[in-house]
Design a protein around this ligand. Structure first.
Ligand code: IPE
Ligand code: IPE
Ligand code: MG
Length: 255
C-alpha cells in the first residue's frame, strides 16, 4: 500500500520556540463583567495585552503571530458592541502601526474586509504597505475571518486561476490567507473555552493546542512562556511512532 499524498507529510524540524503562534484572544467580556465594567472596557484592556504579547513574541524569536480579533460569527453580537469593537480596531490601527513599523514588524490583516468601513480598510492597506518590507515578526490580525470562508475563497481562487486542473492540497494551501506562512506550531486559546470557533481550520491540522483559563486582558509574558513551555514538552509525531521520531533526530556524537 502506498501512502496517499498529504500536505501533512512535511514535518517541521523540532524547535524550542514555535515559529508560528496563533491565538484566540477570548475572555474580554468576562474580564470586564468581573469588575462591573462595560464589556468594551475588557476589549480596551485586550488591546494592551496584544501590545505586550507582540513584544514578547518578537523578543523570543517567534516568526509569525496570528491573532483572532473578530470572527465572521461576531456580527451576531449586539450592534453597539460591534460598533465599539470597530472603533477600537480603527483607533488601535491609528495608534500602534507607527510603533510596529519602528520595531521592524510586518503587519497584515486576513479576513473578508469588504464588510468593514472604508476608513478601516484604508488604514489596514496603508499599514500593510508601510510594513511590507520589514523582516521582523509577521503580525497577522484575523478580522471578519472564518476558517470555512478561507477554505472556500481558496477553492474559488484555485478554480478561477487554474481552470480544469485538479485541486491538490498544496495548491489549495497556497491560496489560503496564510498561504505563504508556515502552519501554526502552537495554538493558544485564553478564556477557558476549548474550541476552535471557526479559526484556522485547515492550518491547525497538526498544531499543538494550549487552552488556558486566563482571560485575555490578563494574558502576559509569563502566560506566554507557560504556553511555550508546554509546547516544548510535546512530542510532535505527525502520525509516526515515538521510535521513528527518535531515530530521525540528530544523534549525540559518541565519545
Ligand atoms: C474576545 O472576548 C474578543 C472578541 C470576540 C471580539 P469576548 O468578547 O468573546 O469575551 P467573553 O468570551 O464574552 O468573555
Ligand atoms: C472567538 O471568540 C473569536 C475571537 C476571539 C475573535 P468568541 O468569544 O466569539 O467565540 P465563541 O462564540 O464563544 O465560540
Ligand atoms: Mg468569547
Amino acid at each position: 500500500m502506498t501512502a496517499p499524498e498529504s500536505s501533512t507529510l512535511a514535518v517541521p524540524a523540532p524547535r524550542d520556540v514555535p515559529r508560528h503562534v496563533a491565538i484566540i484572544m477570548d475572555g474580554n467580556g468576562r474580564w470586564a463583567k468581573k469588575r462591573f465594567l462595560p464589556r468594551v472596557a475588557g476589549h480596551r484592556r485586550g488591546v494592551e495585552a496584544v501590545r505586550e504579547v507582540v513584544k514578547a513574541c518578537a523578543a523570543r524569536g517567534v516568526e509569525c503571530l496570528t491573532l483572532f480579533a473578530f470572527s465572521s460569527e461576531n456580527w451576531r453580537r449586539p450592534a453597539e458592541e460591534v460598533s465599539l469593537l470597530m472603533q477600537l480596531f480603527l483607533r488601535a490601527l491609528q495608534q500602534e502601526v507607527g510603533r510596529l513599523h519602528e520595531s521592524g514588524i510586518r503587519f497584515r490583516v486576513i479576513g473578508d474586509l469588504s464588510a468593514f468601513d472604508a476608513a478601516i480598510v484604508e488604514h489596514v492597506r496603508r499599514a500593510e504597505a508601510l510594513t511590507a518590507a520589514n523582516d521582523g515578526l509577521t503580525l497577522t490580525v484575523a478580522a471578519n475571518y472564518g476558517g470555512r470562508w478561507d477554505i472556500l475563497q481558496a477553492a474559488n481562487a484555485c478554480a478561477r486561476e487554474h481552470p480544469g486542473e485538479p485541486i491538490t492540497e498544496a495548491l489549495l494551501a497556497r491560496h489560503l490567507c496564510l498561504g505563504d506562512a508556515p502552519e501554526p506550531d502552537l495554538f493558544i486559546r485564553t478564556g477557558g473555552e476549548e474550541r476552535i470557533s471557526n479559526f484556522l481550520l485547515w492550518q491547525l491540522a497538526y498544531t499543538e493546542f494550549h487552552f488556558t483559563p486566563v482571560l485575555w486582558p490578563d494574558f502576559d509574558e509569563r502566560a506566554l512562556d507557560e504556553a511555550i513551555a508546554s509546547y516544548r514538552t510535546r512530542e510532535r509525531r505527525f502520525g509516526r511512532t515515538s521510535e521513528q521520531l527518535a531515530a530521525s533526530l540528530p544523534q549525540p556524537k559518541a565519545g
